[in-house]
Write a protein that binds this ligand. Sequence first.
Ligand code: HAM
Length: 411
Amino acid sequence: MAEKFKAPRGTFDVLPGTMPQRERLIRTAGDIFSRAGYGWAATPVFEDTALFERGVGKSTDIVRKEMFTFEDKGGRSLTLRPEGTAPICRAYVEHGMHKLAQPVKLAYSGPFFRHERPQAGRYRQFHQIGAEAIGSDSPLADAEVITLFSDLIEELGVPAVELRLGSLGSLDARREYLEELKSHLRSREAELSDDVRERIELNPLRAFDSDHEGTKAVMTDAPQLLDHLDTADAEHFAEVRELLSTASVEYTIDPTLVRGLDYYTRTIFSFVCDRLGAQSEIGGGGRYDGLIAQLGGPETPAIGWAAGIERILLALDEEVAAPGRDLFIAVAGDGQRAKAVALVAELRRAGISVEIDLAGRSIKGQLKHAERIKAAHTLVFGEDDSSRLRTRGESEDRQIQPSEVLEAISR
Ligand code: HAM
């Protein structure tokens, strides 16, 4: 026998049994986005490798270890997108969207790719849903995008979610703090993990994210960024907090919050669900006021987030039943088949969900199948032009002309 294939490591198939949950999530998010004036955008699943190197940052785990990078036939280096913000900003610059009314508010959803070690909630191909508000530095924009996420969690009914909030300050203001943090790390270098030690110069903030015991001990008395914000950054952060309270969004301040991408400035946030195991972050984001300029566009402040669709679904752990059909048409004899086929086509065009047997079942088998697909009505086409309509929950069948079915079941 020929060898069978399996989906590649870290990937999975989504089959009709679990698609309704995904559809509900996307629909719910789509409603929330459109009520707030965010329009859907879609960018390619692969981009120039340099976009992520420059956008996400060369010292990040994503760029160092996790990208699916390949050369195309023209010798260009391309990468399957590990995240969506750099591509959205690339599109903003490429299409001159700074000329539109600001901020430009975009939403997206689709597959993303990271070569990580697979485990529950962590895959090599996963799906994100996200929103970006590009072209406003107002704390109003921060509060708006965070509220969208919070409303999504609320409307979906995701349990036990906590919002953690922090601020990284602006790039200039952060410089002085980073020197202080680096000298703290250098002074206790021997206790740090190799990974953190190697990145003291390049990315000292990542030390806050380490689960290495020695590093954690060093970080307990490390200087904290929130104590070092300059006046403008501190005011911005205070306004964001106030606006979130005004919008009844609960949060906790996390002075050690950092994120795995280099572009963040000022507000950062993370939504965590304690029902999930090690991969407990269902989504997060923050401001990235320098990214558009870094990608060749004009100085443009922006903020956004992305949520992991699989993580939200894991946290929800719910069954969403596929909707049943309006009608099943059972055909007793070959003589009626053409008429039944014509009726099916007509009814489907009229918006009725209707199925007919495609597997050569006996009439008894067809009636059983109608039950299986939860048909609200079953029309039994008789040999002699007589038909019966059976309605779920009613004990008596009705004699009916096939031409009357549409009216009968629309009532
Ligand atoms: P991120 O934190 O790298 O941010 O990813 C966002 C979310 O995607 C995570 O919180 C997690 O739920 C999900 N996720 C990430 N990696 C995986 C994986 N391997 N398997 C399953 N789920 C995963 C970003 O991607 C930023 N672009 C967010 C953003 C938008 N910041 C500003 N705007």
